[in-house]
Ligand binder design. Structure first.
Ligand SMILES: NC(=O)c1ccc[n+]([C@@H]2O[C@H](COP(=O)([O-])OP(=O)(O)OC[C@H]3O[C@@H](n4cnc5c(N)ncnc54)[C@H](O)[C@@H]3O)[C@@H](O)[C@H]2O)c1
Length: 331
């Protein structure tokens, strides 16, 4: 690419450059990079309360597995589906040359957002869930629900997959579509309790804001992954877990983003010393993951920049190799 020339990549083009397996591997490498302190990243939130939305710009520089400099915007406008029949979440990625800081690519960010979020959850699940986990419960039959099913189904052998969503229509569509795609029978359920009871792995990936998972429904040996941006857990899930792991204490607590956790910290019922680990500590082997079949483990994520950068950098290289994308001269 010439200076001032950027490569424009659509959603379909991005999809042709990376798949689930590759993305899980790239997420693991990005988390290793975080452990090795080969990442500089940060983000902030612009709350647009009048529109029930927020815009989150996030910058990340990684020097492993390759050097990538990224800016991503993530916007969540809750009223979009009902008001405009548009998705609530949209993302855009800009890549810069890590050498000169000049922009080199602009790409749709949705596929990468799905892959990096589910890929990082899958890396956590490999370390914190029982290897013989057979029953998966998904709360939230949307975009991330689909990516999470695909990622987790590439690692575990599920006998039963269940889903719950406040929208019966979304749940039905999810079960039909994803059942066919993943060659699974997906059971729709009628309540949070029904989706949780007896599940080995529970993932919450909703735009809802209420307690959906309660400690009293959780079996021994369960792994819960809380991924949605608002409240999804009864705080008793956190206080009763044997191991609580977060992607980042800074992002989840200090930036005040995970309501359940922040509430417990403010009331003195949880503190950093009660945290078992941050995910990079587990991936780097500084801390052990699950240590027995009975432990209840919990992973709470709000999202890194590094995993986005690892996948977006890979997509850019693949696009150049394949000769895809539209070149655009800025100057
Ligand atoms: N942790 C991370 O790294 C990360 C990254 C990206 C997205 N997210 C978050 O993941 C969540 C899901 O994103 P998405 O793209 O799948 O959104 P989506 O709009 O495609 O799907 C969300 C689903 O949640 C359902 N829902 C809403 N309220 C509910 C409730 N009370 N109970 C059950 N279901 C409910 C909706 O009906 C919808 O089907 C969002 O909160 C998003 O911000 C987190």
């Amino acid at each position: 690419m010439q200076p001032w020339e950027i490569l424009l990549l659509s959603d379909l083009m991005v999809k042709s450059c990376v798949d689930t397996k590759e993305s899980i591997d790239l997420c693991r490498k990005a988390i290793e990079a975080l452990a090795k302190k080969e990442v500089i990243e940060d983000k902030f939130y612009l709350s647009i309360e009048k529109r029930h939305g927020f815009l989150k710009p996030m910058g990340a520089y990684i020097s492993y597995p390759s050097e990538v400099l990224l800016l991503k915007t993530f916007s969540l406008f809750k009223d979009n589906p009902q008001k405009y029949k548009l998705p609530s979440i949209t993302t855009l990625i800009v890549l810069y040359s890590p050498e000169t800081g000049l922009p080199v690519a602009v790409m749709d960010g949705d596929h990468i957002t799905g892959l990096k979020t589910s890929g990082t959850t899958a890396v956590a699940a490999e370390l914190l869930a029982r290897k013989d986990s057979r029953v998966l419960g998904i709360i939230g039959a949307g975009f991330q629900g689909r990516y999470h099913l695909k990622a987790l189904n590439s690692i575990f052998k599920f006998d039963e997959v269940r889903v719950f969503d406040i929208s019966k229509e979304a749940m039905k569509k999810f079960a039909e579509e994803m059942g066919k795609l993943e060659d699974l029978t997906i059971k729709t359920t009628n309540s949070y309790e029904e989706v949780c009871k007896g599940a080995d792995i529970i993932v919450t990936v909703t735009v809802g804001d209420e307690p959906m998972v309660d400690a009293k429904w959780l079996s021994d040996g369960v792994f819960v992954a809380k991924v949605g941006s608002y409240q999804e857990l009864n705080p008793n899930v956190i206080t009763s877990a044997d191991k609580v792991v977060v992607d980042s204490w800074k992002y989840t607590v200090e930036y005040g983003r995970v309501k359940e956790l922040v509430g417990l910290v403010k009331s003195g019922k949880f503190s950093k010393k009660d945290l078992y680990a941050e995910l990079p500590d587990l991936v780097a082997g500084k801390k052990k993951g699950r240590s027995n079949e009975k432990e209840k483990t919990l992973y709470i994520s709000i999202g890194y920049g590094a995993d986005n950068a690892a996948i977006a950098g890979y997509v850019y290289q693949k696009a150049i190799e394949k000769g895809i994308g539209q070149k655009f001269k800025l100057k």
